[in-house]
Design a protein around this ligand. Structure first.
Ligand SMILES: Cc1cc2nc3c(=O)[nH]c(=O)nc-3n(C[C@H](O)[C@H](O)[C@H](O)COP(=O)(O)OP(=O)(O)OC[C@H]3O[C@@H](n4cnc5c(N)ncnc54)[C@H](O)[C@@H]3O)c2cc1C
Length: 394
């Protein structure tokens, strides 16, 4: 994607590389093993403003293109995928607020980010995974006051334990589709569950969020303008601002996850090339074996293909065109391709690749998440097939 990256983007990638060299490279493996906590690197990442990557320029964002954003995410993922997934999770929350919020709510989030904060997007529930709108969390009017009382449990929340603001999908009253609420860290009744013990992405917080009689003001409802208690709800509930914003955030987020996958694939490729040149078997480097060369070439093709398919979606996004299908295609491909690339890296490393002495087993475990987060590969294929068949619903 280097040929699409702007001059500003190139500078940001260099800055990201410096950040990774200083705060990530030497400690990422120890975070993965649970020996150290990534708090210092996460705090620095926030202080450097990486959670503002997707913030619109008029609210203090950098004004860079989607390709530039993806390239920065890719560079951070190259060093540690968990950190990049943390940024992708934050981007979901930022996008949802930008789509559904009024000016005051957008400015509130921009201020939190400018002060070094980070967000979390809370949609998934026990019975609402792929069936994402099948949620049960409720927002009911306060008996006294004009706010709401929220109850429910959100699962698998990226940045769950570290976020400064939460963008939470709940059913307002008797509604069948979700609305979004903006809740600040520390709000009474917003409780953080235990950290998930994950297979990979271990530098990234993933936890449940419990809404236990959580009282919020009327101004916490993100789609207030179109969805007041008194107003008639639109006939087509998908037109609700909050519901549209959830979809908008997820569609965009699929391209950020594809960028993260590109970073992991590139790292696996670079590790494999270096090792293949060094490892001597049968009196010569294994890189001299044609079988190894075929693998390296296939890894390179897939890594470039992840970037190319993501780049298409990112360009459509930049041009303001519909990129839903492109995003699903890019993510479905990236999730499968990065697993193949990391698997081939492990083959090239032989037995050593299966140990924690080298980074490839971590890359493979990190890569496994990309076919799950922000919609499974099956869900992406359902989206693609629905569009092929010219049916929006599936
Ligand atoms: C590391 C990580 C971070 C996450 N971060 C967030 C976050 O920040 N916010 C958030 O809200 N959620 C988050 N999630 C949740 C994630 O979005 C869900 O896990 C995902 O959407 C799948 O839901 P599920 O786990 O309930 O699986 P299920 O929906 O139960 O799916 C199980 C299997 O059935 C398949 N399946 C389900 N329905 C169909 C169908 N109709 N056709 C074909 N196959 C089907 C799925 O593809 C999958 O293979 C995160 C998850 C992980 C692992």
């Amino acid at each position: 994607m280097t040929y699409f990256i702007s001059e500003a983007g190139k500078g940001l990638i260099e800055d990201a590389a410096k950040y990774c060299r200083q705060y990530v490279d030497s400690v990422s493996a120890s975070w993965d093993r649970g020996e150290r906590h990534p708090s210092q690197a996460v705090a620095k990442m926030q202080e450097l403003g990486y959670p503002m990557l997707t913030l619109p320029e008029e609210l203090g964002g950098l004004g860079i293109t989607p390709v530039d954003v993806a390239a920065v995410l890719e560079r951070i993922a190259y060093a540690d995928a968990g950190l990049a997934v943390s940024l992708a999770g934050n981007a979901l929350a930022v996008k949802a607020v930008m789509m559904a919020g009024n000016q005051a709510q957008k400015e509130e989030v921009a201020k939190i980010l400018a002060e070094g904060g980070i967000g979390a997007f809370c949609l998934t529930e026990s019975q609402a995974g792929s069936d994402a709108f099948n949620i049960q969390s409720k927002a009911l009017p306060e008996e006294e006051g004009d706010g709401y009382v929220l109850n429910g449990t959100k699962l698998f929340v990226t940045n769950g334990s570290i976020a400064d603001f939460y963008c939470v999908a709940v059913l307002e009253g008797e509604a069948e589709l979700p609305s979004l609420f903006l809740i600040r860290k520390g709000t009474e009744g917003l409780k953080i569950g235990a950290e998930e013990e994950k297979m990979g992405l271990r530098s990234c917080s993933t936890s449940s969020i419990i809404l236990d009689n959580c009282h919020v003001g009327a101004d916490a409802l993100l789609d207030k303008e179109n969805h007041t208690r008194d107003a008639d709800l639109p006939e087509n509930r998908l037109e609700l601002t909050g519901t549209r914003a959830i979809m908008g955030a997820l569609i965009e987020g699929r391209l950020w996850i594809s960028a993260v996958a590109a970073g992991v694939a590139q790292r696996a490729l670079d590790e494999a090339v270096a090792y293949a040149k060094e490892r001597i078997q049968f009196d010569q480097p294994i890189a001299e074996q044609q079988a190894t060369r075929m693998k390296l070439a296939e890894m390179k093709i897939k890594t470039e293909a992840i970037r190319t398919l993501s780049g298409r979606g990112l360009k459509l996004m930049e041009q303001g065109e519909d990129f839903e299908e492109a995003a699903s295609i890019a993510k479905a491909f990236a999730a499968e391709a990065v697993l193949d690339v990391t698997n081939k890296a492990m083959e090239i490393f032989g037995g050593y690749g299966y140990t924690k002495a080298y980074p490839v087993e971590k890359l493979m475990r990190d890569a496994r998440a990309f076919s799950i987060v922000e919609g499974t590969t099956e869900v992406q294929k359902l989206v693609i097939a629905s569009m092929l068949l010219k049916r929006k619903e599936w």
